[in-house]
Design a protein around this ligand. Structure first.
Ligand code: PEP
Length: 252
């Protein structure tokens, strides 16, 4: 059975003290009222080690929002997958559209990052999704297929078992414009069919596919009720404990 997951992506929003406060609040809230799904918080690098000490890892998983495409060495300012892992983190988000667009992360770079993350024992939340222009031209299926082929379909079946897919239509990220549950289900089912073609039915059925893009407590229940939507990757609404918990509770 595939996992139901709600993952937060804090992005570049909280300083260290604010991040610690949020992690403490969330840890308390979820210790008191256990979630019915896996919960992951993906934080900036600077928060990882401290947040790792605060959270109960049985209840909340920890992830980074990026890692380097190089193993080790003279790469000033970079943070390797091994370093991420050493903080106690279990996940890393790779392929987010903001990194593809603002930091020119190509499919080849992402392929390297994915391999290094897996080699270092991290699970990867791999983001895919089309732009508004591509959606208007009805190219969403070919876009997500190419993104999978470009960076993760080189993996063996065993390696692919450590990949969580996040479908995030770029036009829905941070815009308040959510894909309808029907639009999301349609493409999630397509993504699962592409995974089945590549790795077979069992792997496809076991792969968690999250929806991301202006997901909030009010629309999460409808999205999560769809058979191929296994949870959410949450940006803005992961920055306040009550908002994030409202989405987690959609699985109850
Ligand atoms: C994201 O960037 O991963 C995301 C889903 O953002 P938001 O929830 O703010 O749209």
């Amino acid at each position: 059975m595939r996992k139901k997951i709600v993952a937060g992506n804090w992005k570049m929003n909280k300083n260290l003290q604010e991040g610690i406060e949020l992690a403490k609040e969330l840890n308390e809230a979820l210790s008191a009222d256990k979630p019915n799904c896996d919960v992951v918080i993906c934080t900036p690098f600077i928060h990882l080690a401290k947040v790792s000490e605060i959270i109960d890892h049985e209840t909340i998983g920890l992830g980074a929002e990026n890692c380097a495409d190089k193993q080790k060495g003279a790469y000033t300012g970079e943070v390797s997958a091994e370093m991420v892992k050493s903080t106690g983190a279990e996940y890393v988000i790779l392929g987010h559209s903001e990194r593809r667009e603002y930091y020119n992360e190509t499919p080849e770079i992402l392929k390297e990052k994915v391999l290094l993350a897996l080699e270092n024992g991290l699970k990867v939340i791999f983001c895919i999704g089309e732009s508004l222009e591509q959606r208007e031209k009805n190219q969403q299926n070919e876009v997500v297929k190419a993104e999978l082929e470009g960076s993760v379909f080189n993996l063996s079946k065993e390696e692919f078992a450590n990949i969580v897919i996040a479908y995030e239509p770029i036009w829905a990220i941070g815009t308040g414009k959510t894909a309808t549950s029907e639009q999301a289900e349609e493409i999630h089912a397509y993504i699962r069919s592409v995974i089945e073609e590549k790795y077979g039915k069992e792997t496809a059925e076991n792969t968690s596919i999250l929806y991301g893009g202006s997901c909030k407590a009010s629309n999460a229940p409808e999205l999560f009720a769809k058979p191929d939507i296994d949870g959410g990757l949450i940006g803005g609404a992961s920055l306040k404990c009550a908002d994030f918990k409202g989405i987690i509770d959609a699985w109850k």
